[in-house]
Design a protein around this ligand. Structure first.
Ligand code: SF4
Ligand code: SF4
Length: 375
C-alpha cells in the first residue's frame, strides 16, 4: 500500500485507497451479504487500507452496523473510521446530537475519527448548518472526545458554492469531493481540489469511476485504451484511478467496492500508485478519451437540477442521462433505463419554465420532443 499526506491539518498518512461502504454485495434474496462485506473490509485492512468510510444513510443504516462488526477482533486499532452526519434529515437544533449518538451506537464505538457533514450544498449550508449552528455542535462533540477531524462532503453545481463553504469555516480539516476524468469541471471540480488543498485540507475523492460507468467504457473509448502505446495492459479502471492518484493534491480515493475481486484489483492498483505517476504520453491518452466522451454526449446536461421540478413531472436530468447513454451503450440498454423513469420526455408540455433556469442553455423542450421520438 502507498500512503499519502492528508492535508496539513491532520497528522496522519492515509492509504491511497479508502474503503467505501456504500455498495456492499447482495445475496440472491436481496439482503446485504454481511459476511462477505466483513471479509472484504478486513481483507482491505490486512493489505494496508487505513481509512474505512460509511454514512448514516448507506444501505439504509446497515452499512454503519456492518462496518462496526468488521472492525471487531482487533481491526479497529488498524484503521481510522469515517462516517457522515445526515444533514438533509436535520429538522431541529438538537438533531445533530441525536444522529451522532445513533451513529456511535450503530458502529458500537465511542469515537469516530473523521466526521463529515454529508452532501453539503448551498441550501443545506445556509438553511441547516448555519441555521442550527451545527459547526459549534461539531466542535463540542470533538471536545467531548466523540469525534476527531471535522470535514464535509460536497454535492452542488459548481466551484463558487464549494468555495463559499470552504471559506465559511476556518476549522475544516478535510473535505470529500466528486472527481474523475469526466467531471473535471462539474461540482467542485479540479479547481475545488486545488483550492481545498491550498487551504491545507486533506481531500478525499469519491466517485473516481463515476458510479462505476468508467469501468465499462463505450467501445470507442475502450479502443483508445487498448491501442495506447504506453501501458496498454492497464484496465479502464486503473486508467481512471491513476489519473487521480497522479495529482499531488489528492489524499485518497474512495471506492465503493461490491466484490472481493474488485477489492483485490483496487488494492493492486493502489499499491502501484504514485504522485506524478503519469507521463506526458499517458496524459495524452486520457485527453483523447475525454475528447471522445465529449463527442458521445448528445445533451450537455450536468445534472445540476436547476431546472427541477418540472410542473409536468418530467425527470429532466434523468431523461437526458438515458439519452446520452444511448450514444455510448446499445440503444436497448439505454431504452431499458428510460423505461424505468416515471417522468418521460413525452410528458413535456413545452411550458419552457425549465429553460430559463438551465445554466447550460439547453433547449430542453425541443430536446424532449427529439427524445420522445427516439425512444
Ligand atoms: S418545458 Fe417541458 S420539461 Fe421543461 S418544465 Fe415545461 S413541461 Fe417540464
Ligand atoms: S437540463 Fe440544464 S438545468 Fe437541468 S439538470 Fe441539466 S444542465 Fe442542469
Amino acid at each position: 500500500m502507498e500512503y499519502r499526506k492528508f492535508g496539513s491539518k491532520v497528522d496522519y498518512k492515509v492509504s491511497a485507497l479508502g474503503f467505501g461502504s456504500m455498495r456492499f454485495p447482495y445475496l440472491p434474496d436481496g439482503q446485504v451479504d454481511e459476511a462477505e462485506a466483513i471479509r472484504m473490509v478486513r481483507h482491505a485492512i490486512d493489505n494496508g487500507v487505513n481509512y474505512v468510510d460509511t454514512a448514516y444513510m448507506y444501505h439504509n443504516g446497515l452499512s454503519e452496523v456492518i462496518v462496526g462488526k468488521a472492525l471487531k477482533e482487533g481491526y479497529r486499532a488498524k484503521t481510522k473510521v469515517a462516517t457522515k452526519a445526515p444533514v438533509f434529515y436535520m429538522k431541529k437544533a438538537d438533531d445533530f446530537e441525536i444522529f451522532l449518538e445513533e451513529q456511535l451506537g450503530r458502529l458500537d464505538d465511542h469515537f469516530i475519527d473523521f466526521y463529515l457533514l454529508h452532501a453539503l450544498n448551498k441550501e443545506r449550508w445556509e438553511k441547516i448548518v448555519l441555521k442550527y449552528d451545527v459547526l459549534k455542535k461539531m466542535e463540542r462533540a470533538k471536545k467531548e472526545g466523540k469525534i476527531g477531524s471535522i470535514g464535509f462532503s460536497y454535492h452542488d453545481s459548481d466551484f463558487t458554492r464549494f468555495k463559499e463553504i470552504i471559506d465559511g469555516y476556518d476549522s475544516w480539516d478535510f473535505c470529500q469531493i466528486q472527481l474523475n476524468y469526466l467531471d473535471m469541471e462539474n461540482q467542485a471540480g479540479v479547481e475545488g481540489l486545488r483550492y481545498a488543498a491550498s487551504k491545507g485540507l486533506g481531500v478525499i475523492i469519491m466517485e473516481p469511476l463515476l458510479g462505476g460507468s468508467l469501468a465499462n467504457p463505450p467501445e470507442a473509448v475502450e479502443s483508445i485504451f487498448e491501442m495506447a502505446e504506453v501501458h496498454s495492459e492497464r484496465t479502464p479502471v486503473e486508467w481512471a484511478l491513476d489519473f487521480l492518484w497522479d495529482m499531488p493534491e489528492v489524499s485518497l480515493l474512495l471506492s465503493g467496492m461490491s466484490s472481493m475481486e474488485q477489492t483485490k484489483d483496487n488494492l493492486l492498483y493502489a499499491g502501484r500508485s504514485k504522485v506524478n505517476m503519469l507521463s506526458e504520453q499517458e496524459k495524452a491518452v486520457i485527453s483523447r478519451v475525454q475528447e471522445t466522451y465529449k463527442d458521445l454526449v448528445l445533451v450537455p446536461c450536468t445534472k445540476c437540477q436547476y431546472c427541477m421540478p418540472c410542473p409536468f413531472g418530467v425527470e429532466i436530468p434523468q431523461v437526458f442521462e438515458a439519452y446520452n447513454k444511448s450514444a455510448s451503450y446499445t440503444k436497448g440498454e439505454a431504452a431499458s433505463l428510460y423505461k424505468n423513469l416515471t417522468g418521460k420526455a413525452d410528458q413535456c408540455a413545452v411550458c419552457r419554465k425549465c429553460e430559463k433556469m438551465c445554466p447550460q442553455k439547453i433547449e430542453i423542450s425541443s430536446k424532449m420532443k427529439e427524445i420522445a421520438t427516439f425512444f
